[in-house]
Design a binder for this molecule. Structure first.
Ligand code: NIG
Ligand code: FE
Length: 427
């Protein structure tokens, strides 16, 4: 493995700081170094600082020097909410929504999540693997180095395992790091008709213990909504998951407010995601909790809705806010964290600095990896991305264009459109 001395970064965003999720004003502190440099050794960061100061470092001479003269360099994005493994797009539903049907109406007619489930159950797993692998290359090309991936389109033991084994295989294959979440409680599968209780029973008694005993998921998620599961059902499911060693996270207050955010705070969930419909009391509770509030503006945008999560109120109340793509075929078909930053800034009035903190260090905390990922500090993993821009604010400013030029994971080049890295180290 080559060691690199990345020098002369136009702007280096270190995100250095205390090893806790960023809240309030701390979200604006990017630890910016002009003419910055990073020294990478054995996949980790050995030193960070100005190019001048690092040139004197004894390891700098041994490492391969790479110029980042016209680049803004920052920690790789940590996308803490995706539904990576799915069989096909739902472009037909997209058109129906444009013509006036709502997401909920389409779901009630048998489309939506259940139509993806039907297709996924027919796939042997080969196509799922192939497509997810292709999407992972796209994630890397947009600066993402770590992502979470949920099951939830199988909804029976065999097919949920098929998804989670695909995720495990992709994580082992690398180069991206993929954190797995069991989302058996996405919706009630068709074979249970309108009766959720027996399915909740199956989840609690059989699916969760089996998934946990096979070590297939680190986290357990529940879609808490009028069309999915109630907070009381979510409590049963997540309590069972915790007993089996899977930490809870929740989809809550997306389409309707059901009390999921309050439950998340009460259960000390790792994260609570969406939050478009939270009220003032929810905001206060979340701000006083350890739970990370993961905002997913891609889903609001793609559904053509106007109500975004109240990012400003959450930040001002002191909540720890993260941003993620929610990559999925129904509500947010994007792998682009830069696009999510544009939406966060334009639609939720987050500043570019707040959005970058939310997409890196706070994303890492939302996956319980804040001690190893999410910032460029000595001892942390060398996960970096570089954008050909003059200023970090241009990352959200230019929207719908990909200015990412290279991405490193554990110090290895996983994407390089500049050919600036020595070729033998390239993909
Ligand atoms: O995060 N809200 C539930 N799950 C996804 C949508 C999944 C789908 O429509 O396929 C979400 O938005
Ligand atoms: Fe989701």
């Amino acid at each position: 493995m080559s060691d690199f001395f990345i020098a002369h970064c136009r702007q280096l965003l270190t995100l250095r700081g205390p090893r806790q999720p960023r809240r309030g004003r701390a979200l604006s502190d990017l630890g910016l170094v002009r003419d910055g440099a990073v020294l990478i050794r054995d996949g980790n960061i050995e030193a960070v600082g100005s190019t001048r100061s690092l040139e004197r470092h004894p390891s700098a001479r041994r490492a391969e020097k790479v110029s980042a003269k016209d680049l803004v360099v920052l920690p790789g994005f940590v996308d803490s909410h995706t539904h990576l493994v799915f069989p096909a797009s739902r472009a037909g539903e997209y058109e129906q929504r444009i013509l006036g049907a709502s997401y909920e109406e389409i779901a009630r007619r048998g489309g939506g999540i259940l139509s993806t489930v039907k297709k996924l159950r027919r796939d042997s797993g080969k196509l799922l693997l192939h497509q997810a692998r292709q999407w992972l290359a796209e994630f890397a090309a947009h600066g993402t180095t770590t992502l979470e991936a949920k099951s939830g389109y199988g909804l029976d033991l065999k097919n949920e395992i098929k998804i989670l084994e695909t995720i495990r295989r992709l994580n082992r294959e690398g180069p991206l790091e993929i954190v797995s979440t069991f989302l058996g409680a996405h919706v009630v599968p068709r074979e249970y008709g309108r009766k959720p209780e027996p399915y909740v029973h199956l989840l609690v008694r059989r699916m969760i213990p089996t998934i946990a005993s096979r070590g297939l998921a680190e986290f357990c998620d529940v879609f808490c909504d009028r069309e999915a599961f109630t907070p009381a059902q979510a409590r049963l499911i997540l309590t069972a998951a915790r007993v089996c060693g899977m930490e809870p996270r929740l989809h809550a207050e997306q389409l309707t407010r059901t009390g999921g955010a309050r439950l998340a705070a009460e259960l000390h969930a790792v994260s609570v995601d969406h939050l478009e419909r939270v009220n003032r009391a929810d905001i206060r509770r979340l701000a006083g909790s350890e739970t990370i509030c993961t905002l997913l503006p891609g889903a609001v945008f793609h559904l053509g809705k106007s109500t975004h999560a109240p990012a400003r109120a959450l930040i001002e109340a002191g909540a720890a806010v993260a941003l993620a793509t929610d990559f999925n075929p129904g509500t947010s078909p994007t792998v682009s964290m830069p696009m999510i930053l544009s939406l966060a800034c334009n639609e939720m009035r987050m500043t570019p600095a707040e959005a970058i903190s939310a997409a890196t260090i706070n994303g890492a905390h939302a996956l319980r990896r804040g001690d190893r990922l999410g910032s460029l500090e000595r001892g942390k993993q060398a996960d970096l991305c570089a954008f050909e821009l003059c200023d970090y604010r241009e990352i959200p400013y230019y929207f719908g264009v990909n200015r990412c030029r290279w991405t490193l994971k554990r110090g290895q080049v996983i994407y390089d459109s500049t050919r600036r890295f020595p070729r033998e180290a390239g993909p």
